[in-house]
Design a protein around this ligand. Structure first.
Ligand code: GDP
Ligand code: GDP
Length: 334
């Protein structure tokens, strides 16, 4: 996960640290040393001042801009969203410009600041799905949205498996009525997992399928309804209208956007458009296992203001990882 970005980031931190070390000493300190030459009592101070001037460095704004350039390119290359790069730059600038930094600690300080700046991009994510479902009365309804091929159906099956492992019952709702194959695919998952699938025939009204699934869950006293929806382009207003109808009828407790981590900025833009239309609650980033760049993972939460709930990390049912900030940062080497 995110190996390419990790390698590049650590390389950049290394290079920037070296460049800072090579920057000329601060003039201010050298000037003061000239004034103090004949005063024996102050000699000690001169010595400490000079030593300090060698061992510490204040980065000026223009030096910072030069130094950040390399980092900026790396972030761009790894599909980090422009507004996120700007945010990182502004915050790092506040942390690093005009502050005396001990030369020996430069690398650590840059790493620490980068870590803090990137952490600040994430929404608080103490949401626990299982707890939330357990504390809920009546069936807990989750609608999954996203473009075709994003890993929506697979993610639904993974969530179903996770619920089952936690002693929670659920039903799958085949409200993607647009493709016959989608209904079939959900049925296959249902069979493998031993979970009921509610479906109508191909081309039926998706909102009606969602409605029936909820009725089914109520009558069987099931804990959760997982609603699959047709993949749609985020730019298609008519299809967004259909989605709104499903949401109006099902009144979900959670609206989850499933996006492909590997598609970088596209994935972020899709999430923004879905969020504008149906106000998302959270995000699953699928295919994080095959994403070397991590740009979507870094950007999506900040740009949408919604938390990443899970990473999809493979094609098996168990490959769903709850988002964990510490683990994420260790993947980035920060
Ligand atoms: P949908 O059209 O959005 O329902 O997408 P699918 O669930 O059918 O997934 C599309 C393809 O992506 C399938 O081949 C899945 O096996 C694969 N896939 C889904 N999630 C992941 C993941 O987290 N990692 C990897 N490597 N593949 C995934
Ligand atoms: P365009 O791609 O924006 O030109 O819009 P189209 O109406 O041609 O449809 C685009 C794609 O949306 C189709 O290829 C379908 O795969 C997909 N699609 C997904 N869900 C639906 C749905 O519920 N209704 C319709 N009409 N299309 C859907």
């Amino acid at each position: 996960m995110f190996k390419f970005l990790k390698k590049k980031l650590s390389g950049a931190v290394e290079n920037i640290s070296k460049k800072v070390e090579e920057l000329p000493s601060d003039e201010l300190v050298e000037d003061s040393s000239k004034e103090l030459v004949n005063d024996s009592k102050k000699k000690k101070t001169i010595f400490t001042e000079i030593k300090k001037s060698i061992s510490t460095k204040k980065i000026t704004e223009s030096e910072f801009d030069d130094l950040f350039w390399e980092l900026e390119l790396i972030l761009l290359e790894n599909s980090v969203a422009i507004e996120v790069i700007e945010k990182i730059k502004t915050n790092l600038k506040l942390d690093l410009v005009g502050i005396s930094i001990e030369r020996k600690k430069i690398k650590k300080i840059i790493e620490k600041n980068l870590n803090e700046v990137i952490s600040s991009l994430f929404e608080d994510n103490d949401f626990d799905l299982i707890e939330s479902i357990k504390g809920h009365n009546g069936p807990y309804i989750i609608v999954f949205v996203g473009v075709n091929g994003s890993g929506k159906t697979t993610s639904i099956a993974k969530v179903a498996k996770m619920l089952k492992s936690n002693g929670l019952s659920c039903v799958l709702s085949a409200a993607d009525t647009f493709r016959a194959a989608a209904i079939e695919q959900l049925e296959i998952h249902g069979e493998k997992l031993g979970i009921d699938v509610i479906k109508h025939k191909y081309g039926a009204d998706a909102a009606a399928v969602a409605f029936d699934s909820i009725q089914h869950a109520k009558s069987k006293k099931l804990d959760v309804v997982l609603i699959d929806t047709a993949g749609r382009l985020h730019s298609n207003i008519n299809l967004m209208g259909e989605l709104k109808k499903i949401i109006k009828i099902s009144n979900p407790d959670l609206k989850i956007f499933v996006g492909e981590s590997i598609t970088g900025n596209d994935c972020v833009e899709q999430a923004v458009a879905f969020n504008e239309n149906i106000e998302l609650d959270g995000i699953i980033l699928s295919k994080a296992d095959i994403d070397e760049k991590g740009g979507a993972a870094i950007s999506i939460s900040y740009v949408t203001g919604k938390p990443i709930l899970y990473f999809g990390t493979g094609q098996n049912y168990g490959d769903l990882e709850k988002f964990n900030m510490d683990k994420f940062f260790s993947n980035l080497g920060l």
